[in-house]
Design a protein around this ligand. Structure first.
Ligand code: ZN
Ligand code: ZN
Length: 340
């Protein structure tokens, strides 16, 4: 039986192993808040914690798509209220004093922890979060719907919003999965001509059109570069599928001056020719989620323009099952843990 002084959490304890545990409630330190978590998305990057891909001091609670209500506010926190619904994403909150912060570049803060990596995340009924990392959740977005937008949504929304593409430009989303199915929706609603690219025809093509794609390219039967060039060449390709080869393949489909933004976390090298960079002025870039303010905008834009992740929910105690389903690639498309 749960007492008021403890809460349930699911933590990674060794490589590949998640277990349900009970943790003591503690007050938030200065600059932090304590959140009663209502929902938390399961993201592929949680494998950094569960499989120990990043250096991890186990036990560690994963989860960086957490939504809940503030229940205690630590000393020195301004601008947030008890009872307010907030989100916590991958970036755990900037420091405000490093040279990047002082220059306004909060994403690259060198004193910023990753949620669920250096500090416990949202696979729990309660979590502590740094106030500078909090994201405001609009009333008309449910906690379950908001959760996957805090990483998968913010990453794709922010990459599109910060790119040099303009309304009417041809934008390709490479991979219609956890990230890509949101990328297609955002790109359409931002006013781009949208190409979705994935393996296979039928279902995936139909889904892509339903999400808002104007065109669909089946990469298993079509030369992606040629097909994009036949449409005039993409100004930008959002490569959401992991793998350096996908990024390299996309380069051939760009128009001059176009850019590939790689969102799939992988250490696979990207092979490209300096000729492409020189004579076609192509660019290759990455994007790491976004600022907490960009998180606010992601949620508001999603609510306003009816962008939603396709989700499957599971209760917190089934976190290991939800994680396994996500890792197997069988989730359609985002798993979300619920706490009540
Ligand atoms: Zn994530
Ligand atoms: Zn900083």
């Amino acid at each position: 039986m749960k007492s008021a002084s403890t809460y349930r959490a699911v933590q990674a304890v060794s490589k590949g192993k998640l277990e349900l545990t009970e943790k003591p409630l503690v007050d938030p330190p200065a600059g932090h808040v304590r959140i009663r978590v209502e929902a938390c998305g399961v993201c592929h990057s949680d494998s950094a914690t569960v499989e120990g891909i990043l250096p991890i001091a186990w036990p560690r609670v994963p989860g960086h798509e957490a939504v809940g209500r503030i229940e205690v506010i630590g000393n020195g926190v301004e601008g947030w209220k008890v009872g307010q619904r907030v989100g916590v994403g991958f970036l755990g909150g900037s420091c405000g004093y490093c040279e990047y912060c002082r220059d306004g570049d909060l994403v690259n803060c060198i004193n910023q922890g990753y949620t669920g990596v250096q500090q416990d995340g949202g696979y729990a009924e309660v979590m502590i979060a740094k106030a500078s990392g909090l994201i405001a959740v609009p009333d008309d977005l449910s906690s379950v719907d908001a959760a996957p937008l805090l990483c998968a949504g913010l990453t794709t929304f922010s990459a599109l919003r910060n790119s040099p593409v303009r309304a009417g430009d041809l934008v390709a989303i490479f991979g219609v999965g956890g990230l890509g199915h949101l990328g297609v929706q955002y790109a359409r609603r931002m006013g781009f001509e949208v190409v979705a690219i994935d393996r296979g025809g039928g279902d995936r093509a139909e889904l892509s059109k339903k999400l808002g794609a104007h065109h669909y390219i089946d990469s298993s039967s079509t030369d992606v570069a040629k097909a994009l060039q036949a449409l005039g060449g993409a100004q930008m390709v959002l490569a959401t599928a992991s793998g350096g080869k996908a990024v390299a393949a996309a380069l051939g489909g760009l128009r001059r001056g176009g850019v590939v933004i790689s969102l799939g976390a992988t250490d696979e090298p990207i092979e490209l020719s300096a000729f492409d960079l020189l004579f076609r002025q192509l660019g290759v870039d990455g994007a790491l989620t976004g600022t907490s303010k960009a998180g606010d905008a992601t949620l508001r834009f999603s609510a306003m323009s009816e962008v939603a992740a396709m989700i499957e929910t599971m209760p917190l105690e089934k976190a290991a099952e939800a994680y396994a389903k996500m890792m197997s690639g069988k989730a359609r498309f985002r798993m979300v843990l619920t706490m009540t």
